[in-house]
Ligand binder design. Structure first.
Ligand code: G16
Length: 564
């Protein structure tokens, strides 16, 4: 019989999950007494005691430093709390989309994902713990608020310190545990990290056509960069072993605890190796993924960049290339508020309903569960569909490959055709990372004061010979059309009379200081202008945004850390 110990603890006040789970420096999880234990106990507290015996919880992570220790704690604390079963990826490895897939497949009550996504790892990097619900999606605010409430008053947690489990071997074991709810049976199952997810993709895509594209007589060449994150084994198994892409087309495919010392963030700055490798012209499509495998960046030959806001719009416009949608039909489209309006143009042309949600994949879940949403995307390199309830990096790349296979055109040709047909939303995002929190909050507060002055609407703002008139000035609020829940303060928007938008918001995924994000979106349908450089096209709006917010003066930052 495995014994339970009751450990006295002190509550923490800073365990409020952000945009996607609790993300902090590893040292915070590691060094503060019981910090990780407290949070795991708080998560499990949201599963009703009466439901725990029959409950299965999926556990997986992106391989980062401290993941294995956290999984042992989850095993010990789940056992002591009377959870019936844990299903864990071998060696703890399971991508975020794969966890979502497995939760749905085995009808688990939820899942715990050990990841800080695209944030760096290692002893001095970040760690994160995220809870997903039975739908497979990130816990909505109602649930994360409950977790936070429990964490703020937690006085004790329950643990089986003697239960140590080898997560490196596939298999299944059952234990009798003396929990505080009586004797209970606790099962741990270690599963292949890739198989259930691969099986799902085989149903969604035409693997025969993709195999022909990647390894047939007229095959294209791809370069897939897993950035030492969790997606490596998935790329190897699916793209290389099954679809026949050569072994050397997949790079950085062994998950590392510190992601090789890099940011596992698929953007033009942190995936510079891929961008450089693409420049030579030997690859037709390049893709990079983030630490936990839910984000993606797609590049064409010579490094032609597909903006994520455009990526989802192209997939929408070519959706019949993907067999899954031929079966399910297309119920609706959605994008997060800061994402450019490129998807709106497709929705309008195809007469499909479009939803605009706050930043955070969790907001798409309700719409999908209600049968209102099939395909969605975000500017933050997230693309996905209702096949699961997380964004899905490898799915997005197979979606692009399906379009290439159908249209027999290059990435650049497909993108340019798209702009010719629908017009182009020029988009850029400036990130100012690890800004002093007080300075960032004051900048936002002062900007609100300026923007909410009734005289601001109608004002003309200029840069060089360009002048824009303010039509709407607000802080984005969202009422969920399914459950009526309201999410306020989701980003400051200045919308001009020509539809151009300037958006400011503070990131909810950073772990130190504040990250200010500035997003600019401006539509152009003049065929003479649609191929211009976005940074040139958007320079006047960037200038207006910086002048209006006084970002540089108020934060001391003269340049962003990342430009997308
Ligand atoms: C998470 C969310 C996304 C969001 C992104 C950035 O992604 O799931 O919906 O767009 O964070 O959020 P923020 O702008 O608040 O930093 P991930 O890949 O980090 O889990």
């Amino acid at each position: 019989m495995v014994k339970t110990t009751v450990v006295q603890t002190k509550p923490y006040t800073d365990q409020k999950p952000g945009t996607s789970g609790l993300r902090k420096r590893v040292t915070v999880f590691q060094q503060n007494p019981h910090y990780a234990e407290n949070f795991i106990q708080s998560i499990l507290a949201v599963i009703e005691p009466a439901e725990r015996k029959a409950a299965t919880v999926v556990v997986g992570g992106d391989g980062r430093f401290f993941m294995k220790e956290a999984i042992q704690l989850i095993i010990q604390i789940a056992a002591a709390n009377g959870i019936g079963e844990l299903v864990i990826g071998q060696n703890g490895i399971m991508s975020t989309p794969a966890v979502s897939c497995v939760i749905r497949k085995i009808k688990a009550v939820g899942g715990i994902i050990l990841t800080a996504s695209h944030n760096p790892g290692g002893p001095n990097g970040d760690f994160g713990i995220k809870y997903n619900i039975a739908s497979g999606g990130p816990a909505p605010e109602g649930v994360t608020n409950k977790i936070y409430e429990v964490s703020k008053s937690l006085q004790e947690y329950y643990i089986c310190p003697d239960l140590k489990y080898d997560i490196s071997k596939i298999g299944r074991d059952t234990f009798e545990v003396d929990t505080r709810y009586g004797v209970s049976t606790f099962t741990v199952e270690i599963v292949d990290s890739v198989e259930a997810y691969a099986e799902m993709l085989r149903e969604i895509f035409d693997f025969t056509a993709l195999k022909e594209l990647l390894s047939g007589a007229n095959h294209i060449n791809v370069r897939l960069d897993a950035m030492h994150g969790v997606v490596g084994p998935y790329v190897k198994k699916i793209a290389c072993e099954e679809l026949g892409s050569p072994a050397n087309s997949a790079v950085n495919c062994v998950p590392q605890e510190d992601f090789g010392g890099h940011h596992p963030d698929p953007n033009l700055t942190y995936a510079a190796d891929l961008v450089n490798a693409m420049k030579g012209g030997q690859y037709d499509l390049g893709a990079a993924f983030d630490g936990d495998g839910d984000r993606n960046m797609v590049l064409g030959k010579h490094g032609f960049f597909v903006n994520p806001s455009d990526s989802v719009a192209v997939i929408a416009a070519n959706i019949t290339s993907i067999p899954y949608f031929q079966k399910t039909g297309v119920k609706g489209l959605a994008r997060s508020m800061p994402t450019s309006g490129a998807l709106d143009n497709v929705a309008k042309a195809l007469k499909m309903q479009l939803f605009e949600t706050p930043t955070g994949w969790k907001f798409f879940g309700n719409l999908m569960d209600a049968g209102k949403l099939s395909l969605c995307g975000e500017e933050s390199f997230g693309t996905g569909s209702d096949h699961i309830r997380e964004k899905d990096g490898l799915w997005a790349v197979l979606a692009w490959l399906s379009i290439l296979a159908t249209r027999k055109q290059s990435v650049e040709e497909i993108m340019k055709d798209h702009w010719q047909k629908f017009g182009r939303n020029f988009f850029t995002r400036y990130d100012y990372e690890e800004v002093d929190s007080d300075a960032a909050n004051k900048m936002i507060k002062d900007l609100q004061t300026l923007m909410f002055d009734p005289a601001f609407v109608g004002k003309k703002l200029s840069s060089g010979d360009k002048t824009y008139e303010v039509a709407i000035s607000d802080d984005f609020a969202y009422t969920d059309p399914v459950d009526g829940s309201v999410s306020k303060n989701q980003g400051l928007r200045i919308i001009f009379s020509d539809g151009s938008r300037i958006i400011f918001r503070l990131s909810g995924t950073g772990s130190a200081g504040a990250t200010i994000r500035l997003y600019i979106d401006s539509y152009e349908k003049d065929l003479q202008k649609i191929y211009q450089d976005p940074q040139v096209m958007l320079a006047p709006l960037v200038d207006i945004a910086l002048k209006t917010s006084q970002l540089q003066e108020k934060t001391g930052r003269t340049a962003p850390t990342v430009i997308t």
